[in-house]
Design a protein around this ligand. Structure first.
Ligand SMILES: *[C@@H]1O[C@H](CO)[C@@H](O)[C@H](O)[C@H]1NC(C)=O
Ligand SMILES: *[C@@H]1O[C@H](CO)[C@@H](O)[C@H](O)[C@H]1NC(C)=O
Ligand SMILES: *[C@@H]1O[C@H](CO)[C@@H](O)[C@H](O)[C@H]1NC(C)=O
Ligand SMILES: *[C@@H]1O[C@H](CO)[C@@H](O)[C@H](O)[C@H]1NC(C)=O
Ligand SMILES: *[C@@H]1O[C@H](CO)[C@@H](O)[C@H](O)[C@H]1NC(C)=O
Ligand SMILES: *[C@@H]1O[C@H](CO)[C@@H](O)[C@H](O)[C@H]1NC(C)=O
Ligand SMILES: *[C@@H]1O[C@H](CO)[C@@H](O)[C@H](O)[C@H]1NC(C)=O
Ligand SMILES: *[C@@H]1O[C@H](CO)[C@@H](O)[C@H](O)[C@H]1NC(C)=O
Length: 668
């Protein structure tokens, strides 16, 4: 047969099959049955840590994101020591005839080698008068500073000059014309580096503001370490309130940080090294994250990550650099400095305030230890030459000093046993929606002996995901139901990445999208809300019987809130058919469910590729309603491409079931 004929025949077959399939599927409603055994003995307690978050410094998640610092490149370090360098994103107000700037090594702090020297040629009087408003420098922040009317901003900077100074510190609109707040630093003797601080109260709101440092006085001024922070951050801890709130709403049980590839670096010289990120902010050198290609001043450092975990009530999961980057590796025989660095990091977190590193933490304002119980040796490094050798050194040293700390290996143990000891193995999955959905069964047949699984990065990517679609969220919901059903072996799971600043999208999609002043959750963010009550709840045995079971996934849990007890049934209908689902619950009296207290919550939309946006932030988000006919035998209709949670409140006098324990309170 010629290839032309084969093509025609192939086309006809394909056409017929497609037509036939769609004709059948669109017109046919499915029925399915779900059997739930409400007897606790049929299930088990889901780990307290099951659902958490993963924070990576990617997409300006921290610098220019969760970390509320408004000034970008606050120490002028980002261009490096090389001359000529640049002062990006700082710029100059006034032309070459009025002022000259250069980066100099005459710095205020030893670990920050660069400062800015500004020479002003004009004056308030005489032959060369400065233009109105003076000359100087400005910083536009990370794509514009969000300045809000009535709020207070603390500006701190270090200055030096051999003359007296009169410097205006102002927040203005993006073109410098409209002043939102201003104050002057007037000082007679600043011949040594001097800290100056002003509090600015904004008279108006502008989401695209800048910070200006100007003068109308002739002379030379050195600037270093310029910070502008809103006073209004979460507990004053420096976290942008609304973004923190979106994390807190997920009630994450753990937070893995600070990466990801960010931990590794393309080269070890650019990796995240925690000791460079602690202590007074002025003295942190900052570093260039060469994987995601941007500079960070490390205001959000190791201490702040631990503080963030504590503020969220989440267990910190510290991913440390194990002497391996994308392109270079430390030999196992030379790994001891890295070992010491990791042991010191644990002492910093957990040591008492008299210990060497615990005292540094205490000096930063946290005398009580942080509750660090999980560490990961590197990120995605299993295949690297020195991984095992280095890993074993870390494993032995950490277990010797801190036997209770759980250690996470980068090697995937889901298909075969690890050849080294570990408490957890790491599993990452990024794929199209069908693949991720089908992984609902990934852990069904995984070995139950050996380390637990930590799904520390999962997401639908590629064209199915758009920039955060309903389709992606449904596939991920199916996968998570599988994780929940296998939570005897999978103990932790987190979506990735968490954040994206729309001005620097390095990875797509992401759970939370923001700019200088707005934020919204993608459908994948809202999907995670359905699992908030799962950690620590009781997983009940449930069995689904359907003709096209490949497009349905379901689970059942028992959980409590405010002394009320619920049975929660979650079902993803990943198919194009409407499903008539009969839910039969065994082990409860016939009228156990209260019709008032029972609700259903649905994540769906008119189009599978629908997304949220700044304009329509909740277009695809959970919709809650009363559920009709709650009963131990009930029929519910699942619309195509939907994720539904049924929360059936159990009458308290039906709690004690014959021969079983009462439904246990899920403890948070
Ligand atoms: C499918 O179910 C929907 C909702 O119950 C109903 O409106 C529709 O008539 C059904 N279609 C068929 C072909 O049964
Ligand atoms: C599956 O399909 C058959 C025939 O179409 C039907 O008799 C049966 O009830 C279906 N089962 C379920 C669980 O929907
Ligand atoms: C769950 O229930 C099914 C059907 O009754 C049974 O085959 C299965 O063994 C049960 N699983 C567990 C973990 O009890
Ligand atoms: C429910 O689970 C309990 C405990 O495993 C078992 O004794 C009972 O037979 C199960 N009920 C059904 C209908 O499978
Ligand atoms: C400082 O400079 C401002 C202009 O920026 C001027 O109005 C003010 O009088 C100066 N103050 C002193 C004490 O020189
Ligand atoms: C400037 O610093 C030097 C060296 O630390 C010190 O000796 C001197 O007293 C300082 N001068 C002033 C005015 O603070
Ligand atoms: C720290 O040292 C001081 C003085 O040696 C002692 O009184 C205190 O109990 C110690 N604190 C802790 C937490 O060990
Ligand atoms: C769902 O199926 C049941 C029988 O299994 C039937 O009684 C009920 O009417 C169906 N519901 C809808 C909306 O089609």
């Amino acid at each position: 047969m010629g290839s032309f004929c084969r093509a025609i025949l192939g086309f006809l077959i394909q056409f017929c099959v497609l037509y036939w399939c769609s004709a059948i599927e669109v017109d046919t409603n499915e029925t399915a049955r779900l059997f739930v055994n409400a007897s606790e003995a049929s299930g088990w307690k889901i780990p307290e840590t099951l659902f958490g978050i993963f924070f990576e410094e990617i997409n300006h998640a921290g610098a220019g994101g969760l970390w509320a610092e408004l000034v970008s490149n606050r120490g002028f370090e980002s261009g490096g020591l090389n001359t000529p360098s640049n002062i990006d994103p700082w710029s100059v107000i006034g032309d070459d005839s009025l002022l000259l700037y250069q980066l100099t090594a005459h710095h205020a702090f030893d670990r920050n080698k660069v400062a800015l020297r500004m020479e002003v040629f004009c004056d308030s009087k005489g032959t060369k008068v400065c233009p109105t408003g003076g000359v100087g420098i400005f910083n536009p922040g990370f794509w514009g500073m969000n300045i809000e009317q009535g709020k207070t901003y603390k500006v701190v900077l270090y200055i030096r000059s051999l003359q007296s100074v009169n410097i205006s510190v102002s927040l203005t609109g993006s073109n410098g014309f409209r002043t939102l707040a201003t104050d002057n630093i007037i000082a007679a003797d600043v011949s040594n580096w001097t800290r100056a601080e002003v509090l600015l109260v904004a008279s108006d709101t502008n989401h695209n503001s800048r910070l200006q440092l100007t003068t109308s006085k002739k002379g030379v001024i050195w600037f270093d370490q310029v910070s502008a922070m809103p006073l209004d951050t979460y507990k004053g801890h420096g976290f942008r309130n609304e973004l923190f709130g979106m994390l807190a709403d997920l009630k994450p049980r753990f937070i893995r940080f600070p990466g990801g590839c960010f931990v590794e670096g393309e080269w070890l010289r650019n990796a995240f090294r925690w000791k460079e990120t602690i202590g007074p902010w002025e003295e942190r050198p900052g570093h260039f994250g060469d994987v995601w290609n941007y500079w960070t001043d490390d205001g959000l450092g190791y201490f702040e990550f631990l503080q963030l975990a504590e503020d969220l009530g989440a267990a910190p999961v510290w991913v440390f650099n194990n002497g391996i980057s994308h392109n270079d590796q430390v030999d196992t025989s030379s790994i001891s400095p890295f070992l010491q660095e990791v042991l010191d990091s644990i002492e910093f977190a957990r040591g008492d305030s008299n210990s060497t590193w615990g005292s540094v933490r205490a000096a930063m304002g946290h005398s009580e230890p942080f509750d660090l119980r999980y560490v990961a040796s590197g990120n995605e490094d299993c295949g690297k030459k020195n991984y095992r050798g280095n890993y074993l050194k870390f494993y032995d040293a950490i277990k010797l000093a801190y036997p209770d700390i759980k250690i996470i290996s980068n090697c995937d143990g889901s298909n075969q046993q690890l050849d080294h000891p570990a408490d957890f193995y790491d599993y990452h999955i990024y794929s199209d929606s069908n693949s991720v959905f089908s992984l609902a069964h990934k852990f069904d047949h995984t070995s139950r002996s050996g380390p637990k699984a930590f799904v520390s990065e999962y997401a639908v990517t590629g064209k199915d995901a758009g920039t955060g679609s309903l389709l992606a969220a449904l596939a991920e919901a199916g996968f998570l139901i599988g994780v929940e059903r296998n939570s005897d072996i999978v103990e932790m799971a987190s979506y990735a990445p968490l954040f994206v600043n729309t001005n620097d999208r390095r990875w797509n999609p992401d759970a939370i999208v923001f700019n200088s002043f707005q934020q919204y959750g993608t459908p994948s963010y809202w999907m995670q809300h359905f699992f908030i009550e799962s950690s620590g709840a009781t997983l009940l045995n449930s069995t689904l019987k359907a003709n096209s079971s490949s497009s349905l996934v379901a689970s059942a849990i028992a959980w409590s809130e405010d002394d009320k007890n619920y049975l929660r049934i979650k079902v993803v209908n990943f198919g194009i058919n409407t499903v008539n689902l009969t839910i039969s619950t065994d082990g409860l009296a016939p009228n156990s469910f209260l019709s008032f207290g029972s609700t259903k919550t649905v994540l769906a939309s008119s189009n599978l590729m629908d997304e949220n946006s700044f304009k329509d932030p909740k277009k695809v988000s959970p919709v809650k309603s009363a559920v009709d006919g709650a009963g131990v035998n009930m029929n519910v209709i699942l619309s195509p491409h939907s994720f539904t949670s049924f929360d059936l409140q159990i009458e308290s006098n039906n709690l004690r079931m014959p021969g079983t324990d009462s439904i246990r309170k899920s403890s948070y």
